[in-house]
Design a protein around this ligand. Structure first.
Ligand SMILES: O=P(O)(O)OC[C@H]1O[C@](O)(CO)[C@@H](O)[C@@H]1O
Length: 506
């Protein structure tokens, strides 16, 4: 049962507003004026509403594709993509046990050279299928990984998932890739989980695509119901918008262990969709659950599944929304419910939940650094930055490190310590993944972020074919470019020495 407490009035107002504008019906009718008069990046971004049904007609093709991989001796499937093109495959890889006799699914969405170097040892080229996933077909990380893969893997072990007509689609045909899956172009990256972007990796790993789609399909009628009592997406969207309006914009996700990594996907959906024009939901994913006294009065807790430790939070006056968890069997429903909620939250907040107006800035700054050469950035003492943290802020650790290194756990400890000491929300994003997820919110959302950037050293580098720089240079340029962009927005952002940040727990 939801316990909305201090945000109940604001949630009621959001529900009234959405009902008054006939929001649910207009959304399903693909009426872009629900969000803005200009149809650009709205009218052509609503294909996710019905994609589960459309994809059901492709289930046979996907099954044939998956069966053939196993028969051809493929043991590893590596998805190369960023943000919306890779995070749902990451959820699949981490939520489902490998299917016996089928390839193991893995995702690469980092420019950390240590991981890139390891990957080619851990996934022998003769047994590996590489999937290049990019809506635009132009994302530098994805194209760099593809270039590395093509050094060792023959084109008939490479697949492209992209929009029709992109340069990646042209390459798939010209270079004889094993398959090209052209995605419906009216679906934005972060809403693409139930399209080819999620389903091709699922089929390759031998997962039950039909079940995933059926779970979403079964949820659709309720999600189209204008009655909030019947529509969990409408209730959730109003709760998110009401929380933002009531100053509780730190939406803290507490997720069922089996599908824990859905938090990563939800983070990018919420942050990139709502974090703009100075407002938005600040999703807090993967933060350890604590006692009431470590939280400020800027939180809304959203729990998926049953958890110990929530009742004391509600009793202490923190608003709580509880959603059932269907585990892996309910993933399709969960995805569609949150997409509906996010789209309606955007309508209630008066923003377009389908664009990402600030993402290009950091990309441009990275290119500038690559062209002009990087600079030596002297680390700022952590204490100097933490001195600036106050109530209502959030501290975002942005770590350009090897995602599989133990340092990530140590950073989680540092994160918890900062949360407990300052009673502020904390996030931990791995670079450059977060640039395609929370990066939009950091720059365009509420200016309450305090950004701690750490950049791991690279004992080895990996060259990127056909580029004048390797992964290490790219990683450092991405970090520097983002730091410049955050500072250009007047935000509190600093490079911190990794050792200094880890010291915080001692
Ligand atoms: O699928 P693409 O075009 O490679 O883009 C990857 C990601 O980059 C972003 O455009 C923004 O960083 C996301 O919205 C998107 O999911």
């Amino acid at each position: 049962m939801d316990q909305l407490g201090p945000i109940a009035d604001a949630v009621g107002a959001a529900l009234d507003d959405l009902a008054g504008r006939d929001a649910v019906a207009r959304m399903w009718a693909r009426d872009h004026t629900l969000w803005q008069d200009d149809p650009t990046e709205v009218a052509d971004r609503l294909g996710w509403l019905e994609v589960a049904g459309a994809m059901a007609t492709q289930a046979e093709r996907l099954a044939v594709f998956g069966d053939a991989l196993a028969a051809d001796g493929i043991r590893h499937v590596v998805v190369m993509g960023m943000g919306g093109s890779s995070l749902f495959p990451e959820v699949l890889a981490r939520s489902f046990a490998p299917v016996p006799g089928r390839p193991v699914l893995r995702v690469v969405d980092t420019t950390d050279p240590a991981l890139v170097a390891r990957l080619s040892h851990e996934c022998p080229p003769a047994e590996t299928l590489a999937i290049a996933s990019s809506k635009s077909g132009t994302t530098v990380e994805t194209l760099s990984h593809l270039a590395v893969a093509l050094q060792d893997v023959p084109p008939d072990q490479v697949v492209a998932v992209t929009d029709p007509g992109t340069s990646l689609a042209e390459r798939a045909t010209a270079e004889g890739f094993r398959a090209l899956f052209e995605n419906p172009p009216d679906i934005g990256g972060r809403y693409s989980a139930l399209s080819y972007f999620g389903l091709v990796p699922a089929a390759a790993a031998g997962l039950d695509v039909d079940a995933l789609l059926a779970s979403a399909g079964a949820a659709a009628p309720a999600l189209a119901d204008p009655d909030p009592a019947a529509n969990p997406g409408l209730r959730l969207g109003a709760a998110l918008a009401g929380a933002v309006r009531a100053g509780r914009d730190k939406v803290t996700l507490v997720v069922d262990g089996e599908i824990e990594t859905i938090g990563l996907w939800l983070e990018q959906l919420l942050a990139e969709s709502t974090g703009k024009h100075g407002t938005g939901v600040v999703p807090v994913a993967g933060e350890r659950l604590g006692p009431p006294e470590v939280y400020g009065d800027d939180r809304l807790f959203v729990a998926i599944g049953e958890h110990h430790g929530l009742e004391p939070l509600a009793a202490a006056g923190h608003p709580l929304v509880q959603l059932p968890s269907g585990g892996t069997a309910g993933l399709g429903e969960l995805v569609l419910t949150w997409e509906v909620a996010t789209a309606l939250c955007g309508a209630a907040l008066g923003i377009n939940p389908f664009d990402q107006p600030n993402v290009a800035e950091a990309k441009a700054a990275t290119n500038e650094v690559l062209e002009q050469g990087g600079s030596e950035i002297a680390p700022t003492p952590l204490a100097d930055v933490l001195d600036q943290v106050g109530p209502g802020d959030y501290v975002a650790i942005q770590a350009y490190v090897d995602p599989e290194d133990g340092v990530v756990d140590a950073l989680e400890d540092a994160r918890t310590e900062i949360r407990d000491r300052f009673r502020v929300a904390t996030t931990l994003g791995l670079g450059p993944r977060f640039l395609h997820s929370t990066g939009q919110l950091h720059k365009g959302g509420p200016p309450s972020g305090v950004f701690l950037q750490v950049v791991g050293d690279d004992p080895v580098d990996v060259a990127i074919p056909d580029r004048p720089f390797g992964f290490s240079t790219l990683k450092h340029a991405q970090a520097e470019g983002d730091l410049r962009t955050l500072r250009a927005h007047g935000l509190r952002a600093a490079r911190i020495a990794l050792s200094d940040l880890l010291e915080v727990t001692r």
